[in-house]
Design a protein around this ligand. Sequence first.
Ligand code: ADP
Ligand code: MG
Length: 243
Amino acid sequence: MSSENTPLIRIKDMSKSYQMGEVIVHALNGVTLDVNPNEVTVILGPSGCGKTTLLNQIGGIDSPTRGTIWVDGREIQGMNQKQLTDYRQESIGFVFQFFNLIPNLTARENVEFVLEYVMDLPTREVHKRAEDLLEKVGLKGREDHYPFQLSGGEQQRVSIARALSKDPKILLADEPTGELDYTTGKMILSLLVSIANEGRGVLIVTHNKELAKIANKVLFLKDGVIVKEVINERPIPVSELEW
Ligand code: ADP
Ligand code: MG
């Protein structure tokens, strides 16, 4: 699976249930979907419909009760512990609603941390890459600020730089604009679209209907089931979003 149109993520009939005492919660129920390179895919659904659960299965943080997930042609379920660790660290970048930065590290250190500890790169290369990534997300000059000295949008930029540090083919974003005002949210979305345009697959899960307009593909999730799929032949530019 290497041609340009091959999906980066392919999920077939995947379900996830949680046993809660006597009760079984069916968080996902027979989900089938593809995420393609060069595209933004949005999964839209209300709170509790299974969005985060879905990202956790793709990210290899949790494992499905049933069904199969292929990422970049590899089946996640077939991986041993070492392969799974490498997969989580190298193939996938995560962006979260609440940024999840390390509060006592600067913007630069939050990005370098991953490069040093996960990738084991030489110091000079670590500095250079962190600087390039922070410039790419528009934070040149803010490298030495701590998270509390940065606005929400700036913190989200740091978290995107951190997610890109491993140069993953796939970026998963869980309500990435949930904590941002709309101007700032739009800036973050522009950044996510440009990241998809670099040949990556960007998967955003959200309850915000406006985000669906910028997507190449929208999947509507309800009670753990994809109830509708819409392909946007012409997604609207982020600058024209209103919400
Ligand atoms: P969303 O992100 O769309 O708000 P979630 O994926 O977090 O929804 O949750 C979907 C459903 O699965 C909810 O009913 C939630 O309570 C349940 N759920 C999620 N994670 C767990 C878990 N670890 N244990 C038990 N139930 C869970
Ligand atoms: Mg969630």
